[in-house]
Design a protein around this ligand. Structure first.
Ligand code: FES
Length: 146
């Protein structure tokens, strides 16, 4: 895919930490597990901005995961030990790629694109088919597409 041309432009948004500062990729990778999910302030997909940066094999994946539960909108924490997102509100669980593991949530967590530019993570809208498959969901058009 074509990454956004510049941070903040073309629908892109630079991932920020809790203090609102741009996240530096080199420091993030040094501080993270080889497989990790790091919450950040990202792009507005579902009316919520919390977005997970996906780290697989010590590299930033080309997608991020919206952290808002598709049941009733709680922010879903990442459980490193279980390698699942576990919603504290009503028990929904999502796999490491945000696909639905267990309800009551009806849909997977929304996706955004992620690209590394100038040592920052830049999110942009994901408008292509959802590449994930689970028992309940596979290769659908994104429900979050506006
Ligand atoms: Fe997440 Fe209900 S809001 S399970």
């Amino acid at each position: 895919f074509l990454p956004p041309s510049s941070s903040g432009g073309g629908g892109g948004a630079t991932a920020k930490d809790r203090a609102g500062k741009d996240i530096a990729v080199d420091k993030l990778l040094a501080d993270s597990a080889p497989i990790d999910r790091v919450i950040s302030l990202g792009i507005d997909v579902n009316g919520g901005d919390a977005t997970y940066i996906v780290i697989n094999d010590k590299q930033i994946a080309n997608y991020g995961i919206n952290a808002v539960c598709t049941h009733l909108g709680c922010v879903v924490p990442w459980d490193t030990g279980a390698q699942l997102f576990k919603c504290p509100c009503h028990g929904s669980q999502y796999n490491a790629d945000g696909s639905l593991h267990r309800g009551p949530a009806p849909m997977p967590l929304a996706l955004v694109k992620a690209a590394v530019q100038d040592n920052h993570v830049v999110f942009s809208p994901w408008t292509e088919q959802d590449f994930r498959c689970s028992d309940l969901w596979c290769n659908k058009d994104p429900y979050w597409k506006k």
